[in-house]
Each structure stands twice: as C-alpha cells, then as structure tokens.
Design a protein around this ligand. Structure first.
Ligand SMILES: Nc1nonc1C(=O)NC1CCNCC1
Length: 261
C-alpha cells in the first residue's frame, strides 16, 4: 500500500548530483513523473559538480592513482556538490538526507528496495560518470550504494532516473486510476496478467471471452490466475518469497493442471 509520508503536498524531495542534469528532462517533462513534478508532489533539485570547478578548464575528472585507462570524478568538485545538496535537503525537509550512489557494486534495486527508499528520509542521489568515484568519497559521503542491474552503463543518470521514477509512483496521488492501475498489494510481487484492448480480433486472435463477459468477479479471478501462472512459468523465484492465500494457491494449481505438459 502507499506509504503516507506526512510531508503534505510535497511528498518526495530528491536532490541529484550529476554532470548532465538536462538528461533528467526525460522524467521531469513527460508523463506521470512530469505531472508529479509540475504539481509539486515530487521536487527534484540538481547540483552539477562542474559549477564548483575553479580551474580554467573547469575540469570535473581526474586521473586514477596506480595508472590504467579511464578517469574518475574529481574529488573536490564532487564533494562540494554533494555537501551543497545535503545542506539543501536539511533546509527544505528538516531531515538529514540519505545519500545514494548508483553503481554496479551496489545492492540490486527491486520493488522492495524502492519501497524502503521512498519511505525513508529524503534522498540525495549521486550519478557518477567515467570509471566512478574515489573510494574515500564513498566511505565519507555515501550512505548506500545501489545498482539497477548487472550491466555497465556510461553514467549513473539513467539508473538515477529509474530509481526516481519507481519511487515517484509510490508517492500518494502520483498515480491516478487513469494513468495506470493504481498498483495495489495484489500485483506486488507477481508478474502482470495479459492485457487486451480494441479491436476484439487481431489476425484471427480473439480477446478471452471472460474479459467481454462483464462478470467482474470472474474477470478478477482470471487476471489473478494469469498473473500467478505467468509468474510460475517465467519467474518461479518470485514465488519463493511470496506467500499465497487459499484462493491464490487454488488458482495457481488450476493453472498448472491446465498447463501440465
Ligand atoms: N548498472 C548500474 N547500476 O547503477 N549504476 C550502474 C552503472 O552501470 N554505472 C556506470 C558504471 C561505469 N561508470 C559509469 C556509471
């Protein structure tokens, strides 16, 4: 269920440290997240390490001790940006923020992790570029390291946007029924059921009759059975950590019998 934040209209404040703040227009100017920013449900503020550069070339990267290819985020400009974001977080929210660093070395982000983060203190999200950041900055300034998956990207901005998008959807009022089915506990932890819309037939493939029947109870059970069955078929690991009530157990057993090879 949604977590009442008790923070009033502005339910989520997130500070972002990034060399490419304009990338975040992907979430601040479009769709559900764009509307949430526009209406002030979520407030995003940005700090760019380049704004703290003092040298002529405004450098924001630095060479690695020990040599080797690639560069790291320059320590002084990065730390100045993180500290400025942390100050602002305390000023706006009255709480010390949790500083998150996105990297493949972090804890794997899943819905439970999103829920944990969105119900905690305000967040400052640090998006790295180059080969990453100095380990002493991780120790001194980063509270938690998180990863969106086991693949290597060019920067932490897309991971930061994935985290912010998922977190924004958990803020009360961000999801309206029209945007998408308000995610309720039923869906949590299961794969989604198949969806259908007009026309009733595509290349000879018809919409399942139950969805045209108007029997809302039968439709609810069909969708639940499909979610349970698809989860069993495609991601049985999700069922290891999710208890099923009697109805769900029975629907899954029916699905398995119908799909036994
Ligand atoms: N996967 C990831 N989940 O969070 N961050 C991820 C990532 O690939 N970061 C890049 C790693 C190489 N340096 C630039 C940033």
């Amino acid at each position: 269920a949604d977590v009442p934040s008790g923070r009033g209209e502005q339910d989520l404040w997130i500070g972002i440290v990034s060399l490419f703040p304009e990338m975040f227009e992907a979430i601040t100017r479009h769709g559900v997240t764009g509307r949430a920013v526009e209406t002030g449900r979520i407030a995003l503020e940005f700090w760019n390490p380049r704004d703290y550069a003092t040298d002529r070339h405004r450098s924001v990267d630095d060479r690695p001790y020990g040599g080797g290819p690639g560069m790291l985020m320059k320590v002084d400009t990065l730390r100045s940006a993180i500290h400025a974001a942390r100050e602002r977080a305390e000023q706006v929210t009255g709480q010390r923020p949790k500083v998150i660093y996105l990297s493949p070395q972090g804890r794997r982000l899943d819905q439970a992790g999103v829920q944990h983060l969105v119900s905690g203190p305000p967040l400052v999200v640090v998006a790295g570029r180059y080969e990453g950041i100095d380990e002493r900055v991780v120790e001194a300034d980063i509270d938690e390291e998180w990863s969106i998956g086991d693949y290597v990207l060019s920067g932490g901005e897309l991971p930061a946007m994935v985290l912010i998008d998922a977190a924004a959807r958990r803020v009360p009022g961000v999801l309206g029924h029209r945007d998408s089915a308000v995610e309720d506990s039923f869906n949590d932890g299961l794969l989604d059921c198949p969806h259908y819309t007009r026309p009733e037939e595509i290349d000879g493939r018809r919409v399942p009759d139950v969805l045209l029947s108007g029997h809302h109870g039968a439709i609810r059970r069909w969708r639940l059975k499909q979610s349970l069955g698809r989860t069993w078929q495609r991601r049985p690991d999700l069922l290891d950590t999710r208890s099923l009530d009697r109805e769900q157990q029975q629907l899954l057993e029916e699905f398995i019998e119908e799909h036994a090879l």
